[in-house]
Design a protein around this ligand. Sequence first.
Ligand code: SF4
Length: 81
Amino acid sequence: MGNILERNLYDIVYDSVSQDIYNQMSEINEKCQNCKWLKFCGSGCAYQRWITGDVKSEYYACKMRRELFEYVAEKVKPHIS
Ligand code: SF4
């Protein structure tokens, strides 16, 4: 991508390599597309999905995240009117 000491941030963010990675990471699997926690989770860690070689792979901590969000929602629910 780039070294901030050698190139300005704008050029790094908007070069074709960065944009290609960003576009790839915008793709998420069907399970995440239909997940009620997507806005909070974001389909897991983009880097973790990227290093698997399949950006649409299931995030390894998906089950833990869903359980965590359910737990937090139950705890917060009584305080929301
Ligand atoms: S909790 Fe699991 S299914 Fe839902 S958005 Fe996150 S990774 Fe995807």
